[in-house]
Structures are given as C-alpha cells and as structure tokens.
Design a protein around this ligand. Structure first.
Ligand SMILES: [Zn+2]
Length: 104
C-alpha cells in the first residue's frame, strides 16, 4: 500500500482530523468533506462570484481553508444547496412537440 505517501500529504488539525488540499473536516457538516474551488461553485451554481460569496455569507455554502490556506467550498453544502434549488418551469411553447403546431 501507499499509505505513507497519503499521510505525508495530510496535516493533522488540532481536533485530530486531517486536512489536505482537497479534503477537510467541515465543522458545520460535522464530517470530513471534499473541498471545491470557488470557480467550481460558480460553474455548478451557474452564477457569479459575488452571488457565491453572498450564499456563503448566509452559511448555505460552507467555507473551509485547505491545507495550503486557500479558502474552498464544502462540497456537501454545495450539493445540498443545489438540491434545495427550485427547478424553473420552462415555457410551454419552448418545445413544439406536434409539428402541425408550427404551421398554425
Ligand atoms: Zn460543510
């Protein structure tokens, strides 16, 4: 096994949990989580950096420093935020399913 290499990449926090560049213990989720960049959060939420920061300010997205001190986003909080988003109903005339309708 390559366990020594993995442990070398980890840094023990005061709470006995491990923090790497892409994983850390999220206090708000109370478990180890994957960390995502703000770029990824902006992409996934299809919004702006300002909006992502606003969502984070409201604690709907959890911010965590990775082992390099870079502020990242807790993946669990991003996924639960996405799941909580309301779907937008598309207008009925967006897709014409009956070809005869197009000649009406
Ligand atoms: Zn979290």
């Amino acid at each position: 096994m390559d366990d020594n290499r993995i442990i070398d990449n980890l840094e023990t926090t005061g709470m006995g949990n491990y923090r790497s560049r892409s994983r850390a213990f999220c206090i708000l989720c109370d478990k180890p989580v994957d960390l995502l960049t703000f770029d990824r959060a902006v992409d996934d939420l299809k919004t702006s950096y300002a909006e992502v920061h606003k969502i984070a300010e409201n604690r709907k997205l959890h911010r965590i420093n990775n082992s390099k001190g870079v502020v990242m986003v807790c993946a669990e909080s991003l996924f639960s935020y996405l799941e909580g988003q309301q779907t937008v109903r598309l207008p009925a005339d967006l897709f014409i399913t009956n070809p005869t309708d197009s000649f009406a």
